[in-house]
Design a protein around this ligand. Structure first.
Ligand code: SF4
Length: 382
């Protein structure tokens, strides 16, 4: 089979893996303009530095010996399996790069002959790209379950980003989701190694991400977000991706209900509160079952509980408290801190001039000791 035909099978197979091509709320970006035959293999990615690029996403192989209970490529499920040789994929990718069709590559794979051999083939592809074809574009490499520490170090020398999918928030949930994967040894330990290697390498080392499948084994949000907070704070994880479960025919979970898209969005919003806004997981507005409300973003739900009767004086509050006010983001806080050194903030117009979503913020703030008049809104503020 020719390489382009393989890509038309393996590219779409990688589309379900969220990566740089999902926005802050987990929405996939529309594919860029691309040749028709590559439409389903390309996506619009936002790099950690904010640059937008067309990215090729593909698997090296759809053959897999694992039996993750939700996955279309699980061992034993019918379906055609296709595999690139490292040189085939490296040459094809480089051709697209030189033609200006792509500026980045995301490379994952099913597991065949163990995680170590699969990782070898991913590294071999990346080495060919970098050293033989002199590819200078962005490269995101997947770390396989059970990969060796030296292999991870080699992948990190070649990649701009590496990722390892935890899939589930803890060993118990993973056993129900992916029985052949081991949470602590084969997965979590590899994230620790990535962190150690990042520290040894210092500035310029590749960033790391992970992915969770959401809603397949009834894990509550609090479990997903507790693990996410640990990964951000202890292992310097750049981002956790949340991939909502969608049942695949002829898998053990084919009759399980799909996860609502709103749940995925709320998890992303909550993970940013943990990573960037100083919230602890215990502060998030979980219900009795440990799930976030779906009808309001978690920052707004928190403010409704804690700020509605204790509004924050915008002219004196510290940075940490300003970050907790709905409608005020990280840049908005910096602008407020600068502006109030020059003059007292007294009305909603001054806030709007600073880029603050004043309508969202006004119920929770005081301006020079007074609540600002609010317009009635019919939007619940999701
Ligand atoms: S390791 Fe699991 S999720 Fe990945 S391709 Fe194999 S069966 Fe699917």
């Amino acid at each position: 089979m020719e390489a382009l035909h393989k890509l038309q099978i393996l590219g779409p197979a990688a589309r379900d893996e969220p990566a740089e091509d999902v926005d802050l709320l987990g929405q996939p970006a529309a594919p860029p303009r691309a040749p028709l035959e590559l439409r389903h293999c390309l996506s619009h990615a936002t790099l950690p530095n904010g640059r937008r690029i067309p990215m090729l996403k593909t698997l090296l192989s759809s053959a897999c010996e694992m039996d993750c209970r939700y996955c279309a490529f699980r061992a034993g499920r019918d379906g055609r399996r296709v595999t690139f040789s490292p040189d085939e994929l490296a040459r094809l990718s480089d051709t697209f790069y030189r033609q200006g069709i792509i500026q980045g590559i995301f490379l994952s794979s099913g597991v065949a002959n163990g995680g170590v051999q699969t990782q070898d083939r991913i590294i071999a592809t990346a080495e060919l790209l970098r050293r033989v074809y002199h590819y200078r574009g962005y490269l995101h490499l997947k770390i396989m379950p059970g990969a060796e520490r030296d292999q991870i170090a080699a992948a990190m020398r070649l990649a701009d980003r590496v990722s390892l999918n935890l899939e589930a928030p803890n060993a118990g949930r993973l056993a129900a989701l992916a029985p052949r994967k081991q949470f602590s040894d084969a997965l979590f330990q590899r994230l620790r190694w990535i962190h150690e290697l990042q520290q040894a390498q210092g500035r310029g080392s590749p960033s790391a991400t992970t992915q969770f499948v959401v809603g397949a084994v009834d894990e509550p949000d609090v479990e997903l977000l507790s693990t996410t907070m640990h990964l951000h704070r202890e292992l310097g994880l750049a981002r956790a991706y949340f991939s909502r479960f969608s049942p695949v025919p002829q898998t053990p979970l084919e009759a399980h209900a799909p996860t609502l898209p709103q749940r995925e969005t709320r998890l992303y919003q909550a993970s940013f509160l943990l990573r960037d806004y100083g919230f602890d997981v215990e502060e998030l507005p979980f219900d009795g079952a440990g799930n976030l409300p779906l009808d309001a973003d978690p920052k707004l739900a928190w403010a409704r509980q804690h700020l509605i009767h204790n509004p924050v004086e915008l002219n004196t509050a510290d940075r940490e408290m300003l970050l907790r006010i709905p409608g005020i983001g990280i840049q908005g806080v910096e602008r407020i801190l600068r502006a109030r050194r020059q003059a007292t903030l007294r009305d909603a117009r001054a806030l709007r001039q600073l880029g603050v979503a004043a309508t969202r913020a006004l119920p929770y703030i005081l301006l020079d000791g007074r609540a600002a008049p609010q317009q009635l809104t019919f939007w619940p503020g999701a």
